[in-house]
Write a protein that binds this ligand. Structure first.
Ligand code: GDP
Length: 472
């Protein structure tokens, strides 16, 4: 098509691509940047017209500076299994709602909002753990502002604690540490501080930047202080939103309810969502029939940082899908139908992630700056050795980042992190689990397995030099 438009033989287009380090077939789609460069070689300028679907992204109205008001921080709780994530969320839910407002939080709708005695508010995502967090991120939704990482003070920094830290850091989210279970004999939070320090995570008490709080989710001791620290972190972020524009948010969960039809929980991120609004989320549309809060009450509207259940979608969108209030119902339906059609044609995902073979091409285009790598291995020693060697491959042009490294098989959580952070995964003497393999295929994540450190380093090095021989 490109050759036709430029009126040159297709072989010339292909050889131009090759000279850019890209081996293409005759009917392969080129991305925007490649198109521009190739056309430039032939003296043409490319003008892009956005497909209608992309214009939808612009249907999110820009914020008006004069309308901006502070909004509540949105918090996710993460940490190792059994360290007390659910207990903390349960305690906060019970303790902070009964005070001010009538009736407690009666429903699990995926998120809840608490109001402290002084009127300040915090929104908690009710699905703890880094998997849910990163799965949303892999779909392009950045919902969480602040992460609380719980570490049981009678236990230690555990593998999932480290995972949680890495996932939060990869997202660029500030972390507040909660040292839990301090009511238990044997609780020793200084031991945890030391373990964190050994990972280069210095807590405030020791001169670092991370706030910590000892708490007990069982007795409730110090939980208020923890929330105080979360709010302090929020102040630094200066979170604001424009409640006057058309509502926009992210889907937290969605399911078919026998009596009520499709029930979708949305966290509003900007604007205000109202009963009667025409809406669009993923390939579905509808009109807001009712809004229900976490107390089971019907409400008329929901503003920024407010979680709310929506009745009235035509189907169940996926967690992480963006929800837009549209101009009209017919417009919402039109875009939804187009998306549905596109999905059918193209399969589920279209986003392209980095692969080693891709590096050469992106280098040629000149927009490749960072290579994110996840390293999994069988023993600590080899993971450290491999990571160090990979970091040293960084050049002035490309920075190598090891965003996560740990002992064990390549897991689904690793693949999600790779997808959310556009990373490749290197397995040294380990393999992906069956679930991880499937997910990697679906998300198109490059997973490379090695049994010799030297091979791994050589291959990454040649890729970074744009010298990797393409695989067919
Ligand atoms: P999660 O897997 O991280 O969600 O952990 P849970 O919240 O389910 O807690 C695991 C276990 O630790 C449960 O038996 C809780 O009752 C207990 N637990 C959680 N927090 C505390 C605490 O602060 N003190 C005590 N004594 N037990 C706790």
């Amino acid at each position: 098509e490109l050759a036709n438009l430029m009126d040159v033989p297709v072989t010339q287009v292909i050889s131009t691509c090759m000279s850019l380090g890209m081996f293409v077939s005759i009917n392969q789609r080129l991305d925007a940047e490649t198109l521009t460069i190739v056309a430039d070689e032939f003296g043409y300028q490319v003008e892009f017209i956005k497909p209608e679907d992309e214009q939808v992204a612009e249907l999110e109205e820009p914020d008006k500076e004069e309308n901006l008001v502070p909004r509540a921080p949105i918090v996710t709780v993460m940490g190792h299994v059994d360290h007390g994530k659910t207990s903390l969320l349960d305690y906060i839910r019970k303790a902070n709602v009964t005070k001010g407002e009538a009736g407690g939080i009666t429903q699990h709708i995926g998120a809840y909002l608490v109001t402290l005695d002084d009127g300040r508010k915090i929104t908690f995502l009710d699905t703890p753990g880094h998997e849910a967090f990163t799965a949303m991120r892999a779909r392009g939704a950045k919902v969480t502002d602040i992460v609380i990482i719980v570490i049981a003070a009678d236990d230690a920094v555990m593998p999932q604690t480290i995972e949680a830290i890495n996932h939060a850091q990869a997202a660029g989210s500030p972390i507040v540490f909660a040292f839990t279970k301090i009511d238990k004999p044997g609780a020793n939070s200084d031991r945890i501080r030391e373990q964190l320090a050994n990972m280069n995570i210095l807590v405030e008490e020791w001169g670092g930047k991370y706030q910590t709080q000892e708490i007990s989710a069982k007795t409730g001791e110090n939980v208020e202080l923890l929330l105080e620290k979360v709010l302090l972190e929020a102040e630094l972020l200066d979170l604001k939103a424009d409640p006057k524009k058309r509502g926009v948010g992210s889907v937290i969960e969605s399911a078919l309810d026998k009596g009520r039809g499709i029930v979708t929980t949305v966290l509003v991120q900007g604007g205000t969502l109202r009963v009667g609004d025409p809406i669009l989320a993923g390939p579905y549309s509808g009109k807001v029939k009712a809004l229900i809060n976490e107390r089971g009450e019907r409400v008329k509207e929901a503003g920024p940082s407010v979680p709310v259940q929506i009745l009235g979608m035509s189907g169940a969108p996926t967690a992480g899908d963006k929800l837009y209030v549209m101009e009209s119902e017919s417009e919402a339906r039109q875009v939804a139908n187009k998306r549905l059609q596109l999905q059918r044609e193209q399969g589920m995902r279209a986003t392209k992630h980095i692969t080693l073979d891709e590096i050469g091409r992106r280098l040629a285009i000149g927009n490749f700056k960072e290579l994110n790598i996840i390293v999994k291995g069988d023993v600590d020693g080899s993971i450290e050795a491999l990571s160090d060697a990979l970091l040293k491959l960084s050049t002035d042009e490309i920075q190598v980042n090891i965003i996560h490294k740990s002992v064990g098989a390549i897991s689904e959580s690793d693949v999600l992190l790779a997808s959310a952070s556009d990373a490749i995964i290197i397995g040294f003497q380990v393999r992906p689990t069956q679930g991880a393999r499937k997910l990697a295929e679906q998300e198109q994540i490059d997973v490379r397995l090695y049994s010799i450190i030297y091979d791994a380093i050589e291959e990454i090095k040649s890729a970074m030099e744009g010298m990797l021989a393409p695989k067919y």
